[in-house]
Design a protein around this ligand. Structure first.
Ligand code: MSP
Length: 504
């Protein structure tokens, strides 16, 4: 296996205390698009997603429902799987932190850290947010009326004072800073600067990595002291190793060397400062890439259950009908650096203008005309130089953009080609031409190129177009304008039903 032809992508593992919403879908669809893009490039892809099932947050959610934590998460996991199926998420493994192989990895890793002398006993005193499952140091929280408030969940922090075990992260501060500052692991670079300056300002403090069982019983037992469970974030991060069979084998090393962690910016510190240090301790190389995106916000605040401004996946599917449209809209909004407001009016306009009027309309037109004028058989004739030039330029640009995680820009580029093709039809008018075949051939050929490029974002609709117009979705490196000798057009499907802006 050629190493450059392997790709490993992960999503955060989500807390199954509640149903996933559009914010979670944003990350998951992004990871799925990268997985599909690399498959389209002919790579051997492993795509990991799953659920983060231990800890205080889950323990409390189960208690609230009056059931055992395991029973509670067992009920929630099928819901996550159902949503990911609805959205056509093509994961290779759905990992649960309650999976036996994962619990074994956690124990093995903690044994190793312990035997290396990197864990010591101590007392932790400080503030904790159970929604973040995070210890808050001074300066990180907000203060309101003398109360300490979690800036993400806008709720009061809890005081924690307990005997625990600490992991000696501080010993790795300089090495971690180098990885953050002097490599290209963290992308976009603004996030690397943010973490570097936090490290320079506050340093990397030792981390409490256990919780006493009388407070938090729902977790993996500490292998060297059964009165404790492992702190949920350490448990969770290790899932990325379990997912591909942590060990010294070749498969693990190959996948690990290219791993891309896709995350939201809320969990950046954990995935960089803490994770890089833990990996250094375990003698595992750092991840190849931590790909960070900003938030979807609603009325100015990060979408979240505790804030009460979530848009559910069902709401979006109801409004835009199909997984493809929802995926397209999320990826069209995608912004790694800046938060984007969930604006239905804007989404309606993009949906109607781009999906229905541009892509849908083009496919319908070439389909209808080919059937009516040529009985569906469209043979190659003279190639149109403008469409060929445009197609080649777009393929080249899209490859560059996608390889740089610029998914929204790549969609805009591909839609340029679709618009040019619609304009070509308007200009050449195959419906009144005596020789419509070359005109239709060129229009279908450009449609094929665009459809092929859109496949990772809209897997179903692009397959439908390929079937209707009679071509195959192929590896992107082999995509060349003029390659197809003949199209056998079977139907002229209507791809997207318009939405009316007056209903919401
Ligand atoms: N369980 C941890 C992750 C452990 S990974 C080793 C966790 N889970 S979570 O359920 O809270 O999911 C957080 C992730 O969901 C964010 O990092 C982000 O990827 C995604 N999002 C949740 N709400 C979001 C928005 N409003 N906008 C964008 N992404 C959001 O943290």
């Amino acid at each position: 296996m050629n190493v450059s032809r392997v790709f490993y992508v992960t999503t955060p593992i989500y807390y199954p205390n509640d149903l996933p919403h559009i914010g979670h879908a944003y990350t998951t669809v992004l990871a799925d698009v990268l997985a599909r893009w690399h498959r389209l490039k002919g790579s051997d892809v492993f795509f990991l997603t799953g659920t983060d099932e231990h800890g205080l947050k889950l323990q409390r959610a189960a208690e609230k429902k009056g059931v055992k934590p395991k029973e509670f998460v067992d009920r929630m996991v099928p819901e996550f799987k159902r949503y990911w199926k609805l959205l056509e998420i093509s994961y290779n493994r759905f990992i649960r932190t309650t999976d036996i192989d994962h619990e074994e990895v956690v124990k093995k890793a903690l044994e190793e850290l312990h035997s290396k002398g990197l864990i010591y006993r101590g007392t932790y005193r400080g503030w904790y947010c159970s929604s973040c499952e995070k210890f808050y140091s001074e300066g990180e929280y907000e203060e309101k009326e003398g109360k300490k408030i979690c800036p993400i969940h806008v709720k009061e922090l809890e005081w924690v004072e307990e005997e625990t075990y600490f992991l000696k992260l501080s010993a790795y501060q300089d090495e971690v800073l180098k990885l953050v500052r002097d490599t290209d692991i963290i992308h976009p670079r603004g996030y690397a600067r943010e973490i570097a300056s936090k490290l320079e300002r506050e340093g990397l403090r030792d981390l409490s990595i256990a919780r006493p069982k009388d407070r938090v019983y729902w977790g993996v037992e500490l292998p060297f002291d059964n009165r404790y469970v492992v702190y949920v974030w350490i448990d969770a991060l290790l899932n990325y190793l379990t997912g591909i069979g942590y060990g010294g084998n070749r498969k693990f090393r190959e996948y690990w060397s290219v791993v891309h962690h896709v995350i939201g910016k809320d969990i950046l510190w954990f995935h960089t400062a803490i994770w890089f240090a833990v990996l250094l301790m375990l003698d595992v190389p750092p991840p190849r890439r931590v790909l960070v995106h900003a938030f979807i916000i609603n009325r100015g605040l990060k979408m979240g259950k505790s804030v009460g401004n979530v848009v559910m996946i069902d709401d979006m599917l109801d409004r835009y009908y199909t997984a493809d449209s929802v995926r397209y809209l999320l990826m069209r909004l995608l912004n790694l650096e800046k938060d984007v407001e969930f604006d239905v009016e804007l989404l309606d306009n993009i949906y109607n203008g781009e999906l229905a009027d541009t892509y849908g309309n083009l496919v319908r037109r070439v389909g209808v005309l080919s059937i009516k004028k040529l009985g569906g058989v469209v043979k190659r004739g003279e190639l149109d130089e403008e469409l060929r030039g445009k197609s080649e330029e777009v393929v080249e640009e899209v490859v560059k953009l996608m390889d740089n995680y610029k998914i929204s820009e790549s969609l805009v580029k591909t839609f340029d080609l679709l618009r040019t093709t619609n304009a070509y039809l308007n200009k050449t008018k195959p419906w009144e031409s005596e020789n419509p075949e070359p005109l239709l051939y060129n229009a279908i050929e450009a449609t094929r190129i665009a459809t092929n490029l859109l496949n990772p974002v809209m897997p179903s609709v692009t397959r439908k177009v390929a079937e209707a117009l009679g071509f195959e979705i192929i590896e992107v490196d082999k995509l060349k304008y003029g390659e197809v000798k003949e199209f056998r057009v079977r139907e002229a499907p209507i791809l997207f039903k318009k939405v009316k802006s007056d209903i919401s």
